[in-house]
Write a protein that binds this ligand. Structure first.
Ligand code: SF4
Length: 431
C-alpha cells in the first residue's frame, strides 16, 4: 500500500494556524497526523462526518441528493423576508466571499462567530486603533508576555511553544529563559501554572485593573487604592515596572475580556494602556482569535462590505450596528424568518432564547460534522473539510494570510461549490 508523508500542512482548527503539520496518507486516506496538538489531530483525522445531504420530513431527517437539498435551501432563502446567514469562521475566504454575494442577493444579514467571541475586540479597535504586530515579531523580540483572560494551554495548545512563551527567536535564543510571562485571570488555569507570575483578578474587574495600571504609569499611584479588583497595589506597581522596563512587550487578550463586564470598554482601556506604554518602550496587543479563519471572515466581509461582522443587507446596502444587527440581536427579537448556519454550531453555543426562535424557523445547516445544530436543522448539507479536502486562504490570529492545502480527494462538495449552486438557483427563482 503506497504511503505518503505530506509535510507543511496547515491545521484548520484554531487561530494559531500551525503550518508545520505532517500528515500520513495511505491509499488516499489519512492514517496519522504528526506535530499537531490533540485538537488539531482530531480535526485533520476527521471524525463522525455527516454522510449525505438530508431534508426534514414529518419531523425526521431523510437522506436526499445534493440537488434536492440545494433546491430546498434556495427555496427557503428566496422566500425569506429576513434571512440570517451565520457562521463563516471554519472555512476558507473563497467561500466567505461567495457567502457575501449570496447575502447581498437576498438582502440577508450576514454575521460571523466574532459576534459571540472577539466582536468586542473589533469594536474596541474601531474606537481606539490597533497597536498590533505579527506572531513572528513576538517570537523573535518579546521579552515580556502577558496572557490576559486567555488560556492557550487548553484553547491554542501549541501557541506558547511556537510563538509566545517557549519559542526560541532571533533576539530571544534562550526561549522561555529570555522571557517573563504573566497570566492575569480569574482562576489559576493550566497556562497560569506554568507562567512566572499569576495575578488573580475578581470577575468583572479587568476594566478597573487596566485603569489602575494606567494611573500608576502616569505617575499617580498615590490615588490608587490598596487593592483593585482583588489585586494588591504593590503587585500592580511591580507589573507597571516590568512593562515599562521590557524591550518588547505583548498582551494577548482573550474571552476573559470580551465576555466579562465592560466587554468592548475593556478592550478600549487596554488599547489605551498599550498606547501609553509605547511612550516608554515597544508594546503591542493581540486578540487570541478562536477559529482558524475567524480573522479571515472579518477581513473578507470588510473588504467586500466595509464591515467585519454583523452586516445587514436588508436596506439594499451594507449596514452595521452590533447590538442591532448581530445574529443574537435578531434571533432574540424574533425578527429572523429563515437561517443558514455554515461552518459553526450555534445550536451548541447560542443562548436558549435564540435556540427557541431557531427551532421555529426554517434552518439550513452546511457543515462537515453533525452537531447540536443538526438536531434543529430542516436541511443539512455536508461539505468537504477546508484545509484537508479543499485548499484556500485563511488568516492567522495576527492577520497573516496562509494558503491552506488539499491533502486528500473527496466526494463531498466544497462550501464554495454548495454556495455557488444555491446562489445560482436563488437567482433563477427570483427572476
Ligand atoms: S495549536 Fe491550533 S492550529 Fe496548532 S495544531 Fe493545535 S489546534 Fe491546530
Amino acid at each position: 500500500m503506497a504511503t505518503e508523508t505530506v509535510t507543511d500542512v496547515i491545521c484548520p482548527l484554531c487561530g494559531s494556524l500551525c503550518d508545520d503539520i505532517e500528515v500520513i496518507v495511505e491509499a488516499g486516506r489519512i492514517t496519522n497526523v504528526k506535530k499537531a496538538c490533540p485538537l488539531g489531530k482530531s480535526k485533520i483525522m476527521g471524525h463522525g462526518r455527516i454522510r449525505a445531504p438530508m431534508v426534514r420530513e414529518g419531523g425526521e431527517l431523510r437522506e436526499v441528493s445534493y440537488d434536492v437539498a440545494i433546491e430546498r435551501s434556495a427555496e427557503i432563502l428566496s422566500d425569506a423576508k429576513r434571512p440570517l446567514l451565520y457562521g463563516w469562521s471554519s472555512l476558507i475566504c473563497e467561500a466567505q466571499r461567495k457567502g457575501v454575494e449570496l447575502a447581498e442577493e437576498i438582502g440577508a444579514l450576514i454575521d460571523n462567530t466574532a459576534s459571540v467571541c472577539h466582536g468586542p475586540t473589533v469594536i474596541g479597535v474601531q474606537g481606539k486603533g490597533s497597536p498590533g504586530c505579527t506572531l513572528g515579531e513576538v517570537k523573535n523580540r518579546a521579552d515580556l508576555v502577558v496572557f490576559w483572560g486567555c488560556n492557550p494551554a487548553e484553547a491554542h495548545p501549541r501557541h506558547r511553544a511556537r510563538y509566545s512563551h517557549a519559542a526560541k527567536g532571533f533576539f530571544r535564543p534562550g526561549g522561555k529563559k529570555d522571557r517573563k510571562v504573566y497570566v492575569v485571570d480569574v482562576r489559576e488555569t493550566k497556562t497560569a501554572k506554568v507562567a512566572d507570575e499569576f495575578i488573580r483578578v475578581e470577575p468583572g474587574y479587568d476594566y478597573m485593573v487596566f485603569s489602575a495600571l494606567r494611573t500608576i504609569l502616569a505617575g499617580h499611584e498615590d490615588v490608587v487604592p490598596d487593592t483593585v479588583g482583588g489585586v494588591e497595589k504593590s503587585k500592580l506597581i511591580e507589573m507597571v515596572d516590568a512593562m515599562k522596563s521590557c524591550e518588547f512587550g505583548i498582551i494577548f487578550g482573550g474571552m476573559g475580556l470580551t465576555h466579562s463586564r465592560g466587554r468592548y470598554k475593556n478592550l478600549e482601556n487596554v488599547i489605551s494602556l498599550v498606547d501609553e506604554l509605547n511612550a516608554h518602550t515597544k508594546f503591542t496587543l493581540m486578540p487570541m482569535r478562536g477559529h482558524y479563519n475567524v480573522t479571515g471572515s472579518g477581513h473578507t466581509f470588510a473588504w467586500l462590505t466595509g464591515y467585519p461582522f454583523a452586516v445587514d443587507f436588508s436596506r439594499g446596502y451594507a449596514w452595521y450596528n452590533p447590538g442591532e444587527t448581530a445574529a443574537n440581536d435578531v434571533l432574540l427579537r424574533g425578527e429572523v424568518d429563515a437561517m443558514m448556519a455554515i461552518a459553526a454550531d450555534p445550536g451548541a453555543h447560542f443562548p436558549g432564547e435564540s435556540l427557541r426562535h431557531m427551532a421555529k424557523i426554517p434552518l439550513i445547516q452546511i457543515d462537515p460534522y453533525p452537531n447540536p445544530t443538526t438536531e434543529l436543522a430542516d436541511v443539512v448539507i455536508p461539505s468537504a473539510i477546508s484545509g484537508v479536502e479543499v485548499a484556500g486562504t485563511a488568516y492567522r490570529m495576527d492577520g497573516v494570510p496562509i494558503r491552506t492545502r488539499k491533502i486528500v480527494d473527496t466526494d463531498y462538495l466544497s462550501d464554495e461549490e454548495i454556495l455557488e449552486r444555491i446562489l445560482t438557483r436563488v437567482r433563477e427563482l427570483r427572476r
